[in-house]
Design a protein around this ligand. Structure first.
Ligand code: ADP
Ligand code: MG
Length: 605
């Protein structure tokens, strides 16, 4: 039956997301509304309660920061709600809005009806983060077939064409919010993950914030003003930071240039400051070094030396930073592969997995085995100190980098005289004391026959499935009494109710949305301009003129080097700004500035 349900692969990224499927035997990105393949993972809610996702939402990020949410992936797994317009949402609900946008694109291509999905997560995502991702997919209306690891997916996209030889591959995935590294081996049609390491809170966003702090420091020093206390100013600086960062990937120097960052003592404050690539590299060096430590860890755990790696695959937008390539070159003494698309590889690989499931790709072509990225186990009494036994020692049941699916068991003794309840506390992590690891859940095995300490034996079995979700069973040996808990369901009733609540609130949002036939919701420029966060009156006419002139200067500068369509666009921008500067209408000028800024972002990349 499942043969007939179409299945797609989805990369739900911090910064960008994409869906892909197998067409004519090859993985292909599915175009979303507006023709873009990859959409910004940004959600905006306009004042009428309409949800806008993708490029238009991203354009609203600076003008209406409190109606717009970006980088929600960094909060997946947390139960803290985030504000979007007048409402509050759980991180998985925001992610569901992004996935729904992709689902619409999928339905558009493959026709309406049920769809299955393979969704990727960073290898280093924990149980809760995976669970939240799976929920997001289901809330968006997908049947979530599998959750797979991003670097594994990237290797699958690559491996599809390179399965015959025996090769060791290292995938270095540095995106907007997360870093992962995996070491894999291909041999006789099997793609085997040997080891994974990473940091699910390290990525290009962190580089942006370092630049934001640098700019904020300059404003503080020059004017004694703190732009970080002002939501709009902060959003402006963040946007400029990313632009500067991207310029520095191709130029030796870049200028942060913002005509108006904020108002201070009733005067507009602007910023012009130059930074060299070298200075930026120094800023981010400690973070890059951390990624290299993980690379070395992964190699060690895979039992390989750098020289044993045949292919280095770079995935994620942040690998465009030249310093990243340099540092990896120093380790591997070879250039990274050029035939892997850093923005598309993960979605394409997810489509390969989807294709295997859906029968579009033969299982003989590729079998993939992955590993558990961290150790899982339970809290026990530490008795290495005799009578001073201490609680909270971590006893590992499934060690890190065990091939999955995995099932392991271990036997434990009761520690209290005549105890009839055994409490099982489940953790994941690498520290010998559980307090430093991540708590996954807890349950109690009741009905243990009363006996002196140490006499009753409890067998604890862990099963870790292909989606990275853990199931735990505890059994008392003497009476065969057992208890099983799927960690995913540990909060089961509550989780189901919460899920229903999420589904209902999203359903209401989508009902509000325009119907299939109507064009995709566009940002409505009027509400854009008179939004509470963007009061035109705030900026006096003079400040706007200054802003327009800076834009004009930038456009003219770009024009001198531009040709073709780019040149035409720049000429339009120049005309637009000139026209608005000549007239004396503030609203007109504000509109022209916004339009020109948007156009310039398009041209200047
Ligand atoms: P994710 O998978 O987390 O969504 P991506 O792989 O799409 O992330 O990468 C997005 C990140 O890459 C962002 O932080 C973006 O600023 C950064 N990025 C994109 N292009 C460049 C570039 N040319 N130089 C430096 N960073 C870049
Ligand atoms: Mg990514």
């Amino acid at each position: 039956m499942s043969e007939s349900v179409p299945i797609v692969g989805i990369d739900l990224g911090t910064t960008y997301s994409a869906a892909a499927c197998i067409q004519k035997g090859r993985p292909q990105i599915i175009p979303a509304a507006g023709g873009q393949g990859i959409i910004p993972s940004v959600v905006h809610m306009d004042r009428s309660g309409r949800v806008i996702v993708g490029r238009d939402a991203r354009a609203a990020l600076v003008a209406m920061p409190n109606r717009t949410v970006a980088a929600i992936k960094r909060q997946m797994g947390s139960d803290k709600k985030v504000k979007l317009g007048d409402k509050e949402f759980l991180p998985q609900e925001i992610s569901a809005l992004i996935l729904k946008e992709l689902k619409d694109a999928v339905d558009n291509l493959l026709g309406p009806g049920e769809k299955e999905a393979v969704i990727t997560v960073p290898a280093y995502f924990n149980d809760e983060q995976r669970r939240a991702t799976q929920q997001a997919g289901e809330l968006a209306g997908f049947v979530v077939e599998r959750i797979i690891n991003e670097p594994t997916a990237a290797a699958m996209a690559f491996g599809l064409y390179n399965m015959q030889e025996n090769r060791n591959i290292l995938v270095y995935d540095l995106g907007g919010g997360t870093f992962d590294v995996s070491v894999l081996e291909t041999l006789g049609g099997i793609l085997e993950v040997k080891a994974s390491a990473g940091n699910s809170l390290l990525g290009g966003e962190d580089f942006d914030w370092l630049l934001v702090n640098w700019m904020a420091g300059i404003l503080k020093e020059r004017h004694g003003a703190d732009p970080l206390k002002d939501l709009k100013a902060k959003a402006l600086l963040k946007e400029e930071a990313e632009r500067v960062k991207i310029v520095l990937s191709r130029e030796e120097k870049a200028t942060a240039s913002l005509p108006v960052v904020m108002f201070h003592k009733n005067k507009p404050l602007g910023l012009e400051a130059e930074i060299s690539r070298k200075e930026f590299e120094e800023m981010i060096e400690p973070l890059l070094q951390e990624t290299l430590n993980k690379v070395r860890d992964a190699l060690t755990e895979a039992g390989l030396e750098a020289e044993n790696i045949q292919d280095v695959l770079l995935v994620g937008g942040s690998t465009r930073i030249p310093r990243v390539r340099e540092l990896l070159y120093e380790i591997f003494q070879k250039e990274a592969r050029k035939d892997v698309h850093p923005d598309e590889a993960v979605a394409l690989g997810a489509a390969v997995q989807a294709g295997i499931k859906g029968g579009n790709i033969s299982k003989d072509e590729m079998i993939v085995t992955d590993v558990a990225p961290f150790s899982m186990g339970i809290a026990v009494m530490d008795n290495s100190f005799g009578p001073n036994a201490r609680e909270g020692r971590f006893s590992v049941i499934i060690p890190k980098n065990t091939a999955i699916p995995a099932s392991r068991k271990d036997t434990f003794c009761t520690v209290g005289d005549y105890q009839t309840v055994a409490s099982i506390e489940v953790y994941q992590g690498e520290h010998r004391w559980v307090e430093n690891n991540k708590h996954l859940g807890k349950f109690s095995l009741e009905g243990v026959p009363p006996a002196p300490a140490g006499e009753e034996k409890i067998v604890v079995e862990f099963r870790y499935n292909l989606n990275g979700i853990l199931e735990v069973t505890a059994k008392c040996l003497s009476n065969n009494k057992s208890m099983q808990v799927v960690m995913q369901d540990a909060l089961s009733r509550f989780a189901r109710e919460a899920f229903q609540e999420s589904a209902t609130s999203l359903e209401a949002l989508w009902k509000n949305a325009p119907g299939e036939e109507e064009p995709q919701a566009q940002l409505d420029i009027d509400s854009y301009l008179d939004d509470e966060d963007f009061t035109v009156e705030d900026k006096d006419h003079q400040a706007m003129e200054e802003e327009a002139r800076v834009l004009l200067k930038r456009a003219k500068k770009l024009k001198s080097a531009a040709i073709g369509l780019k040149r035409k666009k720049l000429l339009d921008i120049i005309d637009l700004l000139k026209g608005a500067l000549e007239g004396n209408d503030s609203d007109n000028l504000a509109g022209a500035i916004d339009e020109a800024t948007d156009l310039l972002i398009d041209v200047d990349v």
